[in-house]
Design a protein around this ligand. Structure first.
Ligand code: NDP
Length: 465
């Protein structure tokens, strides 16, 4: 049978766009169908606007800190609508870049909501991006589902009054009092954004420390840094009821407290986006939380249908979705062996101020494999000495497998941590040892030089596994 395309990609987010472009580069006839935003979550409602807002939130402190360096500056006021408009202009520019990259690669762009009719046929229906599209069908030999994820809202009374990150990027005014629920990436990052811009922030979470899954020392250091930023943390707490009281929202918690706010923001995780995809017309299998099950080659249970990125709920990070999309296109259409990536050393960063960044194993994870040597440095970065924020610490940690002396984990909380960590991730991916770090000359004066000057072991942690 002759299909319209060799490959049809559903979703023009980070993973889908990379897959489509690389496949088209190999000469395949490729189409990508997008229902909402060119560039997907990362560009429109995630990484990019978030980082711009984090940067916006840091100028206030910088102005104050400049006094210690002799500047006679006066802290000003922040205009939220100006920030949102500037951010939107940048996002519109990036949307255009995504479209032109796809067009230049020879990819056919389709707009609308795609729904499986069968394993080779999609019906394209009107959607947010194409409200007046005429419904039609397209066929392809292979189809990639790259539909991403969507915010998850827990079930409690009044939850509909709360917003998620989807709405946070377009609030008409900055709320003066914000309650953030959840202490994962989004909760921590938006707590920092709103606090930096002058809002009163309450961070509500159900554990003893924020950022489950990160190294315990980093979680502790982050919790301290959150307190230093003036954010109130409510630990071991869950929401019971949200209601309106005049202009206020009132959130009742299960510890008996209630919090008044202008905005209650749920940052309680994301779920694979599979709604109305017509998966019932295929053999694609979904498992817990709607995750599409795939094999190592990103192929679903339906031969010829693949899934990449957040919809598979593996490592839900933009660069991983890009890697998955690239490898899939290599494998389906390339002539050389597909690119290999080291997912085990995927670096990650949480853009609080100061940010946290990590690569490799936590101390607890590493100790399951063998006894580990732990090196920790804690100091006040130079700019905060004259700047006057001596309580704004940097914490660095090396986790070293004692038997091999390989550095198996690096964790940093501090200014520029993600920038440092990206380079260190190469060393950890390469399997370098503590001796390799030790024989590397530092750059002085930097925070990063601590990574190569940690001479004295802080402690030994015995094998637990
Ligand atoms: P996370 O999974 O990171 O965190 C979710 C938070 O919500 C946790 O604190 C979790 O608690 C809590 N939670 C979950 N369910 C409930 C519930 N029913 N009641 C109360 N609390 C609950 O999700 P995010 O929404 O922060 O981010 C989604 C994903 O997006 C991230 O995991 C990451 O993959 C990606 N992302 C990456 C960023 C980056 O790279 N910088 C930035 C933003 C997002 P508990 O820990 O107890 O489960």
């Amino acid at each position: 049978m002759a299909y319209d395309f060799d490959l049809l990609v559903i979703g023009a987010g980070s993973g889908g766009v990379r897959c489509a472009r690389v496949a088209a580069g190999y000469g395949a006839r490729v189409a990508v169908v997008e229902s909402r935003h060119w560039g997907g979550t990362c560009v429109n409602l995630g990484c990019v606007p978030k980082k711009l807002m984090v940067q916006a939130s840091e100028f206030g402190d910088m102005v104050t800190d400049s006094h210690g360096f002799g500047w006679n500056t006066t802290p000003g006021t922040h205009d939220w609508p100006t920030l949102i408009a500037a951010k939107d202009r940048e996002i519109t520019r990036l949307n255009g870049i995504y479209v032109s990259m796809l067009e230049k690669a020879g990819v056919t762009l389709l707009t609308g909501h795609a729904r499986f009719v069968d394993g080779h046929t999609l019906r394209i229906e009107p959607s947010e991006l194409a409200p007046s599209a005429t419904p039609h069908t397209v066929t392809a030999e292979r189809i990639v589902i790259a539909t991403g994820s969507t915010p998850f809202k827990p079930d409690f009374t009044g939850v509909e009054l709360a917003i998620t990150s989807d709405e946070a990027f377009h609030l008409p005014q900055r709320p003066q009092r914000v309650v953030l629920m959840g202490s994962g990436y989004i909760g921590v990052e938006f707590a920092g954004i709103f606090a930096g811009l002058g809002s009163r922030v309450d961070l509500v979470y159900r554990r003893d420390l924020p950022l489950r899954g990160f190294d315990e020392d980093m979680r502790t250091a982050l919790s301290e840094a959150i307190a230093v930023r003036g954010i109130t943390q409510h630990r071991h707490t869950n929401p019971v009821k949200l209601e309106r009281d005049g202009a206020d929202l009132v959130l009742a918690l299960d510890d008996g407290k209630s919090l008044r706010a202008d905005c209650v923001f749920l940052a309680t995780g994301r779920r694979p986006k599979i709604d109305n995809l017509g998966l019932e017309n295929t053999q694609v299998v979904t498992v817990e939380n709607g995750r599409i099950q795939v094999d190592e080659g990103s192929e679903t249970a339906h031969a010829g249908i693949y899934a990449i990125g957040d919809v598979t709920d593996r490592i839900n990070l933009t660069p991983v979705a890009i890697a998955e999309g690239h490898t899939l296109a290599d494998r389906l259409f390339g002539t050389a062996p597909p690119r290999q990536w080291c997912y085990a050393t995927t670096p990650k960063a949480v853009f609080f101020s100061p940010p946290v960044a990590s690569v490799g194993l936590t101390e607890t994870e590493a100790a399951q494999n063998g006894t580990v040597d732990i090196y920790i440095a804690r100091f006040t970065p130079m700019r905060h000495t004259l700047g006057g924020r001596r309580d704004r610490k940097t914490v660095m940690k090396l986790v070293v497998d004692q038997a091999s002396q390989k550095v198996v984990g690096v964790h940093i909380l501090g200014d520029d941590a993600p920038e440092m960590l990206q380079a260190v991730a190469v060393a950890v991916t390469a399997g370098l040892t503590k001796a390799d770090f030790d024989r590397t000359i530092g750059i002085h004066p930097t925070s990063a030089e601590e990574l190569v000057t940690m001479r004295t072991r802080t402690r030994e942690t015995l094998k637990t596994g």
